[in-house]
Design a protein around this ligand. Sequence first.
Ligand code: NAD
Ligand code: LMR
Length: 329
Amino acid sequence: MSTTPVKVAVTGAAGQIGYSLLFRLASGSLLGPDTPIQLQLLEITPALKALEGVVMELDDCAFPTLAGVEIGDDAEKIFDGVNLALLVGARPRGPGMERGDLLSANGAIFTAQGQALNKVAADDVRIGVTGNPANTNALIAMSNAPDIPAERFSALTRLDHNRAISQLAAKTGSAVSDIKKVTIWGNHSATQYPDIFHAEIAGKNAAETVGDQAWIENDFIPTVAKRGAAIIEARGSSSAASAASATIDAARDWLHGTPEGDWASMAVRSDGSYDVPEGLIYSFPVTTKNGDWEIVQGLEIDEFSRGKMDATAAELIEERDAVKELGLI
Ligand code: NAD
Ligand code: LMR
């Protein structure tokens, strides 16, 4: 086993996603069996006692890869020297809260955390945002961390990507492992565009294999885009284990590279590719290598896809303008 642990911060660590994520991280799902991990866990003060209980459970697992755990409510202490920050903690929408209320409540969290990361994170830090509204929270954190390169920030659309693979596998009776090159475009919200026109099933075009445009438009796309709400409806609370799993998938591919012949969906700062307005945190198909990502270029976009990609961009522009108005970016 190598000796220097990788320092990974998780915010909202006492929450639902945290309860699944921390154990996967500690057991080696992200870094493998030979790399020790140091967990740096941030919570708000009232949740620290519950977090202490979670740490007792982490201790009780006796994970060989877990080098240590630090908890606290001070972002500058917890983010000190971190190589990866998984920003999960966010204020969920409560009764009577308007979209603007949510953006401003979360804005305060992500401005402070962006500033703290800017001050104390390691030079090689990568920051993945899971807390909703994930794309705009990532934009806020990025805008408040001027010394960290913008490409080190991403928001999670990997759960949507995984949901799309699963739906496609079920429809076609294929193995999940045979499905490649699925894309989620845009926002992690109901306007996202899950695209299978460039996807492959066992090397053949997925949309042609399905051969059913009505299913793609009326079944597949809304099922994937509204899956979060369906899970809330069924479980009484939002997806947690699958969100934790996707958070790990996204970070693992970012740090260690996407597999040959495939790509991942990641919401990253738009450079204007595919005519997506520059500067939005928008989900694209990306390949990754050595901790860097590149947007897959040259995909043909037909009129149907263009409309969907523009609609989700329009929503992100609205969110961006709202947080600009609030003085958060
Ligand atoms: P949760 O309410 O169970 O946990 C959130 C935790 O964050 C709480 O323990 C809370 O105390 C903590 N927190 C709040 N403010 C904080 C701050 N300033 N610093 C540190 N911690 C803070 O929620 P959850 O189910 O774990 O979900 C977390 C977030 O992830 C939510 O915003 C949820 O909507 C989002 N989510 C995103 C995806 C995705 O695919 N991007 C999927 C599922 C859930
Ligand atoms: C999800 O996709 O499951 C989460 O983002 C929860 C939500 O509010 O949809």
